[in-house]
Design a binder for this molecule. Structure first.
Ligand code: GDP
Ligand code: IMO
Ligand code: MG
Length: 424
C-alpha cells in the first residue's frame, strides 16, 4: 500500500479526524503536517468521544507512531492538556508520540496579538479561533520564531524569548495601548513545559526519512481544508498554513514523491466557521436544520458553523489543486429527510456564469450560486454498509456529486462511529 495524504476539500470540519482514525489501523506512521490547536478533530471510538487538536488522530491505535511535524505550530498548554486528557481515558501517550524539534512554539503574546488584531480589525475581521496561529506563523516567516528545539535549551530560550517579549511589548503599547507582558514568569512557565515535552521531542525529519526509506506506511494528516489554505484558499479569509496536499511535504520534511495518493474528504453539504465568502450558504431555516441535525458547532471554539449546500464549483477547484485521487463523502446521513437537496453548480456574476473558482474574494462575494435540486430520501441510512443498500435517490446524489467534481467517491460516511462507513 502506498502512502496516503488526507486533505479536507472544504473550509475544514469535513470529518478528517474520523477518517484518519479509521484508516490509521493500516499505517505505521501518522504525520500531521500543518496548523495548530485551531484544529478540532472529533473521533468516536467504541462509543467514546475524543476531540484532538494537535495530536494526530492515529493516537488511538496502539501500533501507530504519531508525528507532529515541523509545519505545525505548537501551543504547549494545549498539547500537554491534550496528552493528559488522553491518558485520563486510558490511551497510552509515550514513545508513540514524536514532536518535531523544528516546529514553532505558540507563546501567550501570539494569542494576545490574535485577539487584539481581531478586536481592532473592524471589517477586516477574520473570525479566527484566537489560538495565536496567524501571529505564530508570522514570526516563523519573519525569522524571529522560537522552535521546539530552542525550548529544549535554557540559554537559547532565554535569549530568544527576551528579545521577543520586548519587541511584542513595544507593539502592544504602540498599537493597542496594552500593558506589557512579564518576561520572567513566562520563561519559568515555558521551561516547565519544555521538561514535560522533552521525552517526545525528536528530529522528526530524520525519523520520517528513515521510516520512508524502510518502506513504512505513512499517512499524512492535514488540518483545516484546502479552502483555508494560505496560498490557494479564499485569502485573506484563511488560516496561515498550507492545509492542502502541498503542505504535506514541506510540513514533514519528506520529499513530495513520498506523499503518495491523496484522499480528499468532503461533507455531503458544506460548512464554514468564521468570516469569508460562502456562495452556497443557507441563512434560512434549512441552514438551521443542517446545523442542528449535523451537530455543526465548532469542536475547538463551540461557535455555530455556517451551513449550506455542497458547492461543486469550489469542490472541483479544491480537488484539482490538491490532486485528489479519490474522495470520501461524509455526513450523508445528515441529509436524510430533506425533501429537495441543493447543489451549487455554477456562480453568476455580472451577467455571466463562472466555470472556474475565482482568485479574489471580492468577485466571490458578488457571486450568486446557480443551484440544482435533487430529490431527497426519508429512510434512515445510518446502518447501511454497502452502496446497494442506500436508497436510490441517495445513490443518485452521490453519483451526481462525483460526476460534477470529476473524482470518484470511494466511500461514504453515514454516522460518527468508526463502523458507520459505506464502501463501494
Ligand atoms: P474534522 O475537523 O475534519 O476532523 O471534523 P470535525 O471533527 O471538526 O467535525 C466533524 C463532526 O462530524 C464530528 O463531530 C464527527 O464526529 C462527526 N461526523 C463525522 N462523520 C460523520 C458522519 O458521517 N455522520 C455524522 N452524523 N457525523 C459525522
Ligand atoms: P479543522 O482541522 C474549521 C478557520 C477559523 C477562521 C480561519 C482562521 O478542525 O478542520 P485561525 O485561528 O486558523 O487563524 O482562523 O480558519 N479555522 C477552521 N475552521 N475547521 C478548522 O480546523 C479550522 N481551523 C481554523 O474559523 O475562519
Ligand atoms: Mg474540526
Amino acid at each position: 500500500m502506498s502512502n496516503l495524504c488526507i486533505v479536507g476539500l472544504q473550509w475544514g470540519d469535513e470529518g478528517k479526524g474520523k477518517i484518519v482514525d479509521t484508516l490509521s489501523a493500516g499505517f505505521d506512521v501518522v504525520a500531521r503536517y500543518q496548523g495548530g490547536s485551531n484544529a478540532g478533530h472529533t473521533v468516536v471510538a467504541d462509543g467514546r468521544k475524543f476531540v484532538l487538536h494537535l495530536i494526530p488522530s492515529g493516537i488511538l491505535r496502539a501500533n501507530c507512531l504519531c508525528v507532529i511535524g515541523n509545519g505545525v505550530v505548537i501551543d504547549p498548554v494545549a498539547l500537554l492538556q491534550e496528552i493528559e486528557e488522553l491518558r485520563g481515558h486510558g490511551i497510552a501517550v509515550g514513545e508513540n508520540l514524536a514532536i518535531s524539534d523544528r516546529a514553532h512554539v505558540v507563546f501567550p503574546y501570539h494569542k494576545e496579538m490574535d485577539r487584539l488584531q481581531e478586536e481592532s480589525g473592524g471589517s477586516g475581521k477574520i473570525g479566527t479561533t484566537q489560538r495565536g496561529i496567524g501571529p505564530c506563523y508570522t514570526d516563523k516567516a519573519a525569522r524571529v520564531g522560537i522552535r521546539v528545539g530552542d525550548l529544549m535549551d535554557r540559554a537559547t530560550l532565554e535569549r530568544k524569548l527576551r528579545v521577543n517579549v520586548a519587541q511584542k511589548n513595544r507593539l502592544f503599547e504602540a498599537l493597542y495601548g496594552r500593558a506589557p507582558m512579564s518576561f520572567d514568569p513566562m520563561l519559568a512557565q515555558y521551561l516547565e513545559y519544555a521538561e514535560r515535552m522533552r521525552p517526545h521531542v525528536k528530529d522528526t525529519v530524520d525519523l520520517l526519512t528513515q521510516a520512508y526509506a524502510e518502506g513504512k506506511r505513512i499517512l499524512f494528516e492535514g488540518a483545516q481544508g484546502v479552502m483555508l489554505d494560505i496560498d490557494v484558499g479564499t485569502y485573506p479569509y484563511i488560516s496561515s498554513s498550507n492545509a492542502g496536499a502541498g503542505g504535506a511535504a514541506s510540513g514533514t520534511g519528506l520529499p513530495p514523491k513520498a506523499v503518495g495518493r491523496v484522499l480528499g474528504i468532503t461533507k455531503a453539504y458544506c460548512t464554514r466557521v468564521g468570516q469569508g465568502p460562502f456562495p452556497t450558504e443557507l441563512t434560512d431555516a434549512l441552514g438551521d436544520q443542517l446545523r442542528q441535525r449535523g451537530g455543526e458547532y465548532g469542536a475547538t471554539t463551540g461557535r455555530p458553523r455556517r451551513c449550506g449546500w455542497f458547492d461543486a464549483v469550489a469542490l472541483r477547484y479544491a480537488a484539482a489543486v490538491s490532486g485528489a485521487d479519490e474522495m470520501v463523502l461524509t455526513k450523508l446521513d445528515v441529509l436524510t429527510g430533506i425533501e429537495k437537496i441543493g447543489v451549487g453548480v455554477g456562480y453568476r456574476v455580472g451577467g455571466r456564469t463562472l466555470e472556474r473558482f475565482p482568485a479574489g474574494v471580492d468577485m466571490l462575494e458578488g457571486c450568486t450560486p446557480v443551484c440544482r435540486e435533487f430529490a431527497g430520501w426519508t429512510e434512515d441510512i445510518s446502518a447501511c454498509r454497502s452502496f446497494g443498500e442506500l436508497p436510490r435517490t441517495a445513490r443518485e446524489y452521490v453519483e451526481t456529486l462525483e460526476k460534477l467534481v470529476g473524482v470518484r467517491i470511494g466511500s461514504i460516511s453515514v454516522g460518527n462511529a468508526r463502523e458507520a462507513m459505506v464502501r463501494r
